[in-house]
Write a protein that binds this ligand. Structure first.
Ligand SMILES: O=P(O)(O)OC[C@H]1O[C@H](O)[C@H](O)[C@@H](O)[C@@H]1O
Length: 532
């Protein structure tokens, strides 16, 4: 595919620097890794550098981060920083934040940070259209929050059903679950995403039309799963004698015309420069706004904005999203680690791994650079995880004693928000113990009792899980993903990889009825015949 590129594949290149492997630092990093990176021992590193924790830990808005238990040292960090500078990371960051068309395959900006920018705030270098777009953002936000407040005050509405998938589901769901203690009383929240009717059916069996608000959340308003679920919800509503569709169905979309055609009169829009996985800050966040109200939603945005400003202004060497991304590149391309485990030590963050999976893997699961050329190195790790302490009793065995090294990312919260004695301290002690045990290990002459140790982890610590700290935490992860994608020279803002399967599903659907297997491979044909 490298030799002759069809014209429609040509993408205008944003003002970017060289790809990471085209910088002089790439070869230096390779040599450094062979010389002293590969065999770095964390226990020795701490013993020989009393300042290691101070150097590799830092406070960012709302998030304290300890990166010291990772398999790197000041030398590798310095080279990685130099590489980032040589790649033009700062320029690319500024292009992102000021509305340049960084999503070059779709020729548009990725300006989710505008959704959390305070009214009227201009950044140096803003594209000319940005000031107008910010006005519209605030108009929609005000209208969406006023609507959310009216729903909160409406005692008749007891159930909110968000119908959406991918970014129109994961972010809102993660936040509504995370902010449970801040939620309005007397309302239940349901998230229906799967095309599998079992999911919608379970919800419909537990709600009444007159007490339910259905939110149809879809940027494109064409997604098969969402439109199918929305149609079924609407049919159920009518069949149950539901009255006043306008009051019980609302749409969140950038395709407002399609939503109107579908029959929804209340719609809240957002622009096409908001990617699905970055859309929880837009009207897609309506379920969050109903849950935590105007003040709560604005605090969520403010927390994210604080992280945006910090990302924009902090020097690279103290810039947490940048440092996390440097580590991600170091791990993926030099150590060769293929995955990252997310371990939120907070039950309310149980949907965080799912949200981060889409954020990281849909953004950076790419194999070509900005010119469509195949990359000679790996990109996004596979993300996975479960809340601690549950994970300890399931897969931590592999983390401690398996033959592979899998970096772990702890997310812990200093203050609990319940009155049950002792639990929160035990939870924190477990998080600390796991990070320490993974690093320290424990020698035994008896093979199965031996813990090799030297297993890396990052530790993120919030003071409390609030709308603001959640906003900052998620924005931190967004920027980290942007930075690693930037170094890898890929477009983190498209997702062409999800298209092929969608098209094939449309082809196979009628074949399941007709039994026509012409042109199919033998396996698909055989399975299809069994399914009929
Ligand atoms: O919001 P929608 O247009 O319905 O899209 C929902 C989701 O489906 C797509 O296939 C993409 O993979 C996701 O990035 C997107 O968030």
């Amino acid at each position: 595919m490298d030799a002759v590129m069809p014209q429609e594949c040509e993408t205008a290149q944003a003002a970017l620097g060289p790809r990471c492997d085209q910088t002089p630092q790439w070869a230096q990093l390779r040599a450094y890794f062979e010389r002293q990176g590969r065999q770095l021992d964390l226990r020795e590193a701490f013993a020989s550098d009393p300042q290691r924790f101070a150097h590799f830990s830092q406070q960012a808005p709302e998030v304290f981060a300890d990166l010291s238990k990772n398999l790197w040292d000041r030398g590798s960090e310095r080279l990685l920083l130099d590489m980032a500078r040589a790649c033009g990371l700062q320029r690319h960051r500024d292009a992102l934040l000021t509305g340049q068309a960084v999503n070059i395959t779709e020729q548009r900006a990725a300006l989710h940070t505008l959704l959390r920018r305070p009214r009227g705030l201009a950044l140096p270098g803003d594209e000319p259209w940005v000031a107008g777009a910010l006005k519209e953002v605030h108009q929609t936000l005000d209208a969406m929050l006023a609507f959310a407040e009216s729903v909160r005050a409406d005692a008749q509405i007891t159930d909110i059903v968000n119908i959406g998938i991918g970014g129109s589901d994961l972010g809102p769901q993660m936040a509504v679950v995370a902010l449970e203690p801040y939620r309005v009383l007397g309302k239940r929240f349901h998230f229906v995403s799967n095309i599998d009717g079992h999911e919608l059916d379970r919800v419909l069996r537990n709600v009444r039309p007159e007490h339910t608000l259905f939110i149809v959340a879809s940027k494109t308003f064409t997604t098969l799963e969402t439109m199918t679920n929305a149609r079924s919800a609407r049919a159920w509503f009518d069949a149950q004698g539901g009255q006043d569709v306008a009051r019980h169905f609302v749409a969140l979309t950038s395709n407002v015309a399609a939503a109107r055609d579908w029959g929804v009169t209340t719609t809240f829009g957002f622009a096409d420069w908001v990617g699905g996985r970055y859309s929880l800050w837009s009207s897609i966040g309506l379920s969050i706004a109903i849950a935590i109200g105007d003040a709560g939603f604005r605090a969520l945005l403010a927390g994210a904005h604080a992280m945006d400003e910090y990302f924009r202004t902090a020097p690279l060497e103290h810039n947490l999203p940048v440092r996390l991304a440097l580590l991600d590149v170091w791990y993926r391309n030099f150590h060769g680690f293929g995955s990252r485990c997310i371990a939120p030590y907070h039950a309310n963050l149980r949907r965080l791994p799912a949200h981060l999976q889409q954020l990281e893997m849909e953004s950076n699961g790419k194999r070509v650079d900005h010119h469509g050329r195949a990359l000679p190195y790996a990109t996004s790790p596979a993300l996975w995880g479960e809340p601690g302490s549950n994970g300890q009793h399931a897969f931590f065995q592999l983390l401690h004693q398996g033959p592979d090294v899998l970096p772990l990312e702890f997310v812990a919260v200093r203050e609990g928000m319940h009155a049950l004695a002792g639990h929160h301290q035990m939870l924190l002690a477990n998080a600390l113990a796991q990070a320490r045990a993974l690093m320290q290990g424990r020698h035994s002459d008896c093979g199965h009792r031996h813990f090799p140790g030297n297993r890396p982890s990052t530790f993120l610590l919030l003071d409390a899980l609030t709308p603001a700290s959640l906003g900052a935490l998620v924005a931190l992860q967004e920027h980290r993903v942007f930075c690693s994608g930037s170094l890898w020279g890929i477009n983190s803002f498209d997702q062409w990889g999800v298209e092929l399967g969608k098209q094939m599903a449309l082809d196979l659907l009628p074949r399941l009825q007709s039994g026509d297997v012409a042109g199919l491979d033998a396996s698909t044909a055989g399975l299809l015949q069994r399914m009929r």
